[in-house]
Design a protein around this ligand. Structure first.
Ligand SMILES: NC(=O)c1ccc[n+]([C@@H]2O[C@H](COP(=O)([O-])OP(=O)(O)OC[C@H]3O[C@@H](n4cnc5c(N)ncnc54)[C@H](OP(=O)(O)O)[C@@H]3O)[C@@H](O)[C@H]2O)c1
Length: 284
């Protein structure tokens, strides 16, 4: 137990809050900070709630960031100054794309931090259940150090090589997720507009090779309007932009994603940005 690292987790949103509870349940000494204090306060039963990022990281062995995007991650970590000791491991788990991760690599070098780029697959419920899949990348030497943390928040960790590899695989996985969500919204809209009950689409594919648990989950949310965010639509647009930027830089022609991005953004423009990404259906 005493060998477990002390962790400072910055960002107790939809994902960070569940991750925090699982870290604490694994016996890890945890400090948490969130920009909006009301979102961190409910964690006071399992963690020390810090008033500032600097207070959270003082004396911590591992800094864990689960913030919204590259700008928020880079702003918060660069603002730590002397509060964070050189040699501290920085477990960066937010989805910040290739360019953002390159900036994080440079910032880690500047501050003397050991960066582990480790975005996750899974959404709010797997974060609460500790069943995320972690796409970890960074120096082999720190794998054992962070293993108890990754085991606490996920059911599977893939170690992928130097920092940056995790983020690249995350973008490929998210391209799939966004394509499925938008494709599902289109099939439901098409069923409806062809004069049928849209639920018939879900009935038609049920149990077949083209069915999927995710189709049921998101399809039922689309049809029932139960759109509390597991992953907000605005975040889906952010990720679509990260995927498109990475593909452009890699020279990959993506036929589907530009249209997916346009439809997701239409949902945000219609005022659904804070609802679950299944709200893209409302803009069809
Ligand atoms: N939800 C998912 O299904 C899912 C799955 C995998 C990965 N991710 C990724 O995980 C990360 C967190 O996602 P989430 O769903 O937990 O998002 P969320 O609920 O919107 O939480 C975002 C967090 O970032 C903070 N934040 C935003 N802008 C900030 C700024 N300028 N300065 C400081 N803090 C800032 C928020 O603080 P406030 O509370 O003050 O706004 C909150 O703590 C994102 O990168 C997301 O893409 C999400």
């Amino acid at each position: 137990m005493t060998d477990l690292p002390t962790v400072a987790l910055l960002g107790t949103g939809a994902m960070g809050a569940g991750m925090a509870r699982n870290l604490a349940a694994a016996g890890i000494d945890l400090r948490v900070w969130n920009r909006t204090p009301e979102r961190a306060a409910p964690l006071a039963d399992v963690a020390t709630v810090a008033a500032t990022p600097a207070e959270a990281v003082a004396g911590a062995d591992v800094l864990l960031t689960m913030l919204y995007d590259a700008d928020s991650v880079l702003e918060v970590v660069s603002g730590l100054g002397d509060a964070i000791a050189p040699g501290t491991t920085w477990l960066q788990q937010s989805t910040i794309g290739v360019a953002g991760t390159n900036q994080a690599i440079a910032l880690a070098e500047e501050l003397g931090l050991v960066l582990v780029d480790a975005p996750v697959l899974g959404t709010r419920k797997p974060a609460e259940d500790g069943t995320l899949t972690v796409l970890a990348s960074g120096p082999d030497e720190v794998a054992d150090h962070v293993a108890p943390l990754l085991d606490a928040i996920g059911s599977r960790t893939l170690w992928l090589g130097p920092a940056g590899a995790g983020t690249r695989l995350k973008l490929a996985a998210n391209a799939w997720v966004l394509t499925v969500v938008e494709g599902l919204a289109e099939s439901l809209a098409l069923t409806r507009d062809l004069g049928l009950d849209p639920a018939l689409f879900l009935d038609a594919v049920q149990g077949s090779a083209v069915d999927a648990p995710y189709l049921r989950l998101k399809g039922e949310a689309m049809l029932s309007g139960a759109l509390d965010p597991s992953f907000a639509l605005s975040g889906a647009v952010k990720d679509a932009d990260l995927i498109l930027a990475a593909a452009r830089a890699a020279g990959t022609e993506l036929a589907v994603l530009p249209g997916v991005r346009e439809h997701l953004a239409r949902g945000v423009e219609a005022g659904h940005g804070d609802r679950d990404m299944a709200a893209t259906y409302l803009a069809h």
